[in-house]
Every structure is written in C-alpha cells, then in structure tokens.
Design a protein around this ligand. Structure first.
Ligand code: IPD
Ligand code: CA
Ligand code: CA
Length: 254
C-alpha cells in the first residue's frame, strides 16, 4: 500500500493540487489527503479490526491489539514546492510497541522496512548503521518544528552548536527519511524536537533494527510520542547527547 500511495504522490507532482494552511507555516495538500484515503481504505479492507492513527485527522481505536500509525506524506513542505524529497511512512504497533515499519520514497524507488527482531532492509537487502566513530567527521540530519516562530526550543541553538561540532548537517525535510538515512549509514546521526508519532513510528524501529541507538537528548529510552528524539549509529550517541544538553536554550544562563 505504501508503494501505491507513492505512485499516487509521484504522479500528483506533475499536476495541479490545492493546499490549505493548518497553522502559520504548516500546510496540507489535497495529495496528503488522497494518499491517506488510499492507505486507510486498504487497512480497513484487509485488517478491519485494527486501529489507525493517521496525520490528517484520522483516529480509529479498533478492537485489535494492532494499531497502524500513518504519515501519508512526510515532507509536505517539499512536496508543495515540488522539491522531490518526501515519503510515505507506516508503522504498526502491537500493544503500543513498534513491531513493523515501512518508509517508501517514490522518487528513488527505495523502500525501507523493519520487523522487530528481524533486522532492517532497503529494497529487501539488509542495512546497517555507519561505523563513523567521531562527531567531528559525522554527517548529521535534523529538522525544525512548524511552531518555530512561537517557541524558544525551536532547534536553532542545537543547530548552531552541532554545525560547529560535526562535519555537516542536512535538513532534508522528511524526518522519516532522515531516520532511514541513519539506518543505512548515509547519516551518522539525527535529532529533532516536537515530532509526532506518525513521523517516527516506522523510522525508530528501522534505526534500532539496523543496529542504531534511539533515545531522548538525555539518553533515556523514548516512545514514539516523546518531544525530542536522538537517533545515531551508537558510536556518536553520547557525544551528540552531551552537545544537545549543553546547547538547550537558556543553558548556562543564571
Ligand atoms: C514534517 C517533516 C519535517 C520535520 C517536521 C515534520 P510533514 O512532517 O518530517 O522534516 O522537520 O517537523 O512535521 O508535515 O511533512 O508530514
Ligand atoms: Ca511528517
Ligand atoms: Ca505528513
């Protein structure tokens, strides 16, 4: 179903589509909704009792212990500008624990998958996090919350600190892809604040199953509804965590 939604989104990029503002910065396009409808219909048809939580206003409790967490288009701002970096992210929880995940990039035809205890794959081939041992030679990913103009923990202080400490930082515009890039070693680490369950439900499992580490900035275990996430190859985890704590807004002030 992620592949079919991907075809819909890829074809949609060549056409006109409408969009609305959900907040001052945050938008939704008609393609976000069309992809969500396609995925939700497939889940309901094939797994009628399963719960669903999807970004564009769909929440269904269901009678099963399984719940699907769906971001039908991760990278909406990119998509709306026809910047071709976006994906579909689908995670499945069993008793609230991430058990399966798929992230599909229709522009590169790359599908990242993971099942708990069974490793992570890219197009069916096992993947593993990088072996980069030092923050200074690491390539990192991050993103900024839509509320960036209203809140102080908008990631700018962390971004400044890690820009100087790392080899480089990329802001690709899709948190789910960022996590997959950590999983397959294209990035050595990723952090972000204020993400939602649908941004990370698939990606955190893919990183863990690829041998990476996932926590909050203090190094504590975090669920898919945590307000901060740090995902790395494991080797640079404590150095990144330390840099994130030291660069918290207000840190060092009396
Ligand atoms: C966004 C993307 C982006 C991240 C934002 C998310 P959306 O999701 O994942 O990379 O920085 O915080 O909200 O709105 O494109 O699904
Ligand atoms: Ca998202
Ligand atoms: Ca989305």
């Amino acid at each position: 179903m992620a592949t079919e939604a991907g075809e819909l989104l890829r074809d949609g990029l060549k056409k006109e589509f409408s969009f609305q503002f959900k907040g001052e910065v945050d938008i939704v396009t008609e393609m976000d909704r069309a992809a969500q409808d396609l995925i939700a219909q497939k889940i309901r048809k094939n797994y009628p009792g399963h719960g669903i939580l999807a970004e564009e206003g769909l929440e269904y409790e269901g009678s099963s212990r399984y719940k699907w967490i769906v971001d039908p288009l991760d990278g909406t701002t990119n998509y709306a500008h026809r910047f071709p970096v976006f994906c579909i992210s689908i995670g499945i929880l069993y008793d609230e624990v991430p058990t399966c995940g798929v992230v599909h990039n229709p522009m590169t035809d790359e599908t990242f998958t993971a099942a708990i205890g069974q490793g992570a794959m890219l197009n069916g081939i096992p993947i593993h996090v990088s072996s980069t041992a030092n923050l200074a030679t690491s390539l990192l990913g991050t993103g900024f919350p839509y509320q960036k103009r209203e809140i102080t923990d908008n990631n700018l202080s962390h971004f400044c600190a890690l820009t100087l400490l790392s080899q480089g930082i990329r802001r690709c515009g899709s948190a789910a892809l960022d996590l997959c890039f950590v999983a397959c070693g294209r990035l050595d680490g990723f952090w972000e604040l204020h993400l939602k369950p649908w941004d990370v439900a698939a990606g955190v499992l893919i990183v863990s199953e690829a041998g990476g580490a996932v926590s909050d900035f203090s190094g504590n275990q975090t669920g898919i509804d945590g307000s901060e996430i740090l995902a790395t190859n494991g080797h640079i985890h404590s150095d990144m965590a330390e840099a994130l704590i030291l660069s918290r807004p207000g840190q060092g002030e009396d």
